[in-house]
Design a protein around this ligand. Structure first.
Ligand SMILES: Cc1cc2nc3c(=O)[nH]c(=O)nc-3n(C[C@H](O)[C@H](O)[C@H](O)COP(=O)(O)O)c2cc1C
Length: 260
């Protein structure tokens, strides 16, 4: 791309960082169009239930200490996560505390989200979690369950390749991958929704950082990936689309056990 073209493109993209003008056009919610689903539906019969009892998992609940020790950790020991630890990390990042409203429903979760839209889904690339076979999983946030979507061929190589050669992600005990359903937020917020979703997902990963630290694990947020390959690994189509079910990867993070 020529220098002027890239500068023009950068200026265009900067607009997403500003408050939207949101003048005189109604959102789909204001037009009375139906609300999209709160979460993606289960597609697999292979479902794993998860505990909500985390009392014996937390090793460090000193918040000041967690703030001081939090760093991005990319070196892990070989140990596996327990299923309880994984359940805790899923709940800490996207756990549903309650569903409110009779018609215009919303989920209240462990993280904030503009207008409680929570436009994300969580996928896990599992390498070493006690009791789980390696492969791809999807978190059913409303049920607090995991569904197994299947093995990934040559998992470490494929995942590392999709994430720009970052082998620590391909070989971590578990990789968290967050996808976005933009329409869940756009239904209410039109052209403000994209900025909100990107802010929202930062909160999700920040909770993963602190939750991981509190159970003797390390995490590293991952923004560098190949969109086509990362979407392909999850069986998603990354082509631009206005469709209500358009879903694509927006952020990821590695998790592993670290030296005590
Ligand atoms: C949005 C975002 C994307 C990131 N992407 C990557 C990445 O792809 N690879 C990586 O090794 N670290 C990544 N990081 C981690 C940063 O490099 C790290 O937060 C930064 O160097 C500061 O270090 P600290 O987290 O230890 O304080 C990312 C962090 C954020 C917040």
């Amino acid at each position: 791309m020529a220098d002027n073209d890239i500068k023009g493109r950068i200026m265009e993209l900067r607009e997403i960082m500003k408050a939207a003008d949101n003048g005189d056009y109604a959102s789909d919610q204001e037009k009375g169009l139906p609300q999209p689903p709160l979460a993606k539906e289960k597609v697999s019969d292979h479902v794993i239930s998860l505990t909500s009892n985390f009392e014996n998992i937390i090793k460090n609940n000193n918040f000041l200490n967690l703030l001081n020790t939090r760093t991005s950790k990319r070196k892990y020991i070989d140990g596996a996560l327990t299923l309880e630890e994984l359940a805790f990390l899923l709940w800490a990042t996207q756990g549903v505390k309650k569903v409110i409203g009779k018609q215009k429903k919303a989920t209240m979760r462990t993280v904030p989200s503009a207008g409680a839209r929570h436009p994300f889904e969580t996928y896990l690339i599992v390498n070493r979690v006690d009791g789980l076979e390696a492969g791809l999983y999807h978190y059913l946030a409303l049920e607090h369950e995991l569904e197994f979507l299947g093995p990934i061929e040559n998992q470490a190589e494929q995942v590392t390749g999709a994430y720009c050669g970052q082998a620590f992600f391909g070989t971590a005990a578990a990789g968290f991958v967050w996808t976005v359903f933009p329409y869940r937020s756009e239904w209410r917020y039109n052209d403000e929704a994209q900025k909100y979703a990107l802010i929202d997902v930062g909160h999700v990963c920040q909770n993963l950082y602190f939750a991981s630290e509190s159970i003797g694990c390390g995490t590293c947020g991952i923004g560098a990936y190949d969109q086509f390959l990362a979407d392909g690994l999850l069986g998603l189509d990354s082509k631009p689309s206005f469709a209500e079910d358009n879903e694509f990867v927006v952020y990821a993070a590695s998790v592993g056990k670290i030296e005590e």
